[in-house]
Design a protein around this ligand. Structure first.
Ligand SMILES: [Zn+2]
Length: 321
């Protein structure tokens, strides 16, 4: 039996701090904050950013699509938005960019994206402690893995009370600090059974991280994450004089290196769609391959902003194609 779509969970790790800007000016100590989920107030990796980044990197593998010469000295691209005159996308039935991510050509003709991304959520977040780096995970984080069918209910081994500020970790048996907060360790059992840990390793989550996991309540997770974001200060350079602009000191926050986030991508079966009166003959694996090609490039080209300032490189942990 064929299904009209295939859903896949992706796990990714920040190799550099990642800054996906919220583009809102808030009153606070940080000038440039990252985008947050309005419900949890936790930093997130918006679906639009993931889709836009992948589109643009997939296109780079096809130089004739990335930069198409339309007239001598005039270029268009399938990589980005369609442009004011809606003529940028080639819209051809064999274009790995336009077919995969959708296109618009003049205002009337549009083709929907055959991949749908969900927002990425933080799963494991690194914090320094007296025992070196540890990775915090929340009750909600582990339960979502069960809801997502990534883990089975009996692979969780939770021993903390959601109402109390205590933690569960195999790292240490009395107290441990997460940044500046000192907390009591209630249980030194790992919050995942050995088979639960093995299941996450299958998705590429590193051993080192799993052996230094700290389970915290959802409330505490919010505090720990928001108090341990990376904040960098930078200065804008005046290109004319090659020195710092006056009053140009600014800072920005970023999700720290080695944070693990995850999200779902849905691949639609192209055979249910037509372009120019012809049914598409590709299978969903072709769509997935094109998308994963884009994902793979984030290891070098980065995700989010400030990539020219050493930010953004991201390693996808469970690519297949
Ligand atoms: Zn195209």
């Amino acid at each position: 039996m064929t299904t009209p779509y295939v859903a896949k969970w992706y796990f990714a790790m920040a190799l550099d701090p990642i800054h996906i800007g919220s583009h809102t000016k808030e009153l606070g100590i940080v000038d440039n904050t990252v985008v947050r989920d309005p419900n949890t107030n936790l930093p997130k990796f918006p679906a639009t950013t993931l889709a836009g980044t992948c589109r643009s990197y997939t296109a780079m593998y096809f130089p004739e699509k990335f930069l198409r010469e339309t007239k001598p000295g005039k270029f268009a691209s399938c990589a980005g938005k369609t442009g004011e005159e809606h003529t940028d996308h080639c819209g051809q039935a064999d274009c790995p960019v336009c077919v995969t991510y959708g296109f618009t050509q003049d205002e009337k003709i549009g083709f929907t994206s055959l991949v749908q991304f969900m927002d990425g959520q933080i799963l494991f977040f690194p914090v320094h402690s007296m025992n070196g780096p540890v990775w915090v995970v929340s009750l909600n984080g582990l339960n979502s893995l069960v809801n997502a069918n990534i883990l089975q209910p009996d692979q969780l081994h939770i021993q903390i009370n959601p109402e109390r500020n205590h933690i569960q970790t195999p790292v240490r048996n009395d107290k441990i600090n997460l940044g500046w907060i000192l907390l009591n360790v209630t249980s030194t059992d790992h919050p995942l059974t050995p088979s639960g840990q093995a299941a996450l390793k299958e998705y590429g989550v590193p051993d080192e991280l799993l052996s230094h996991t700290v389970l915290v309540t959802d409330k505490l997770f919010g505090h720990v994450v928001n108090n341990n974001m990376e904040i960098r200060t930078s200065v804008a350079i005046d290109p004319h004089i090659g020195a710092a602009k006056k009053g140009a000191l600014f800072n920005y926050e970023a999700v720290p290196r080695t944070t693990i986030f995850y999200f779902q991508a849905i691949y639609k079966d192209p055979r249910n769609f037509e372009i120019g009166g012809k049914r598409l003959e590709y299978d969903y694996q072709w769509i997935q391959k094109n998308v994963e090609q884009g994902m793979r490039a984030t290891e070098y080209l980065g995700l989010g902003g400030m990539t020219s300032r050493g930010m953004g490189r991201t390693l996808f942990l469970n690519l297949e194609s």
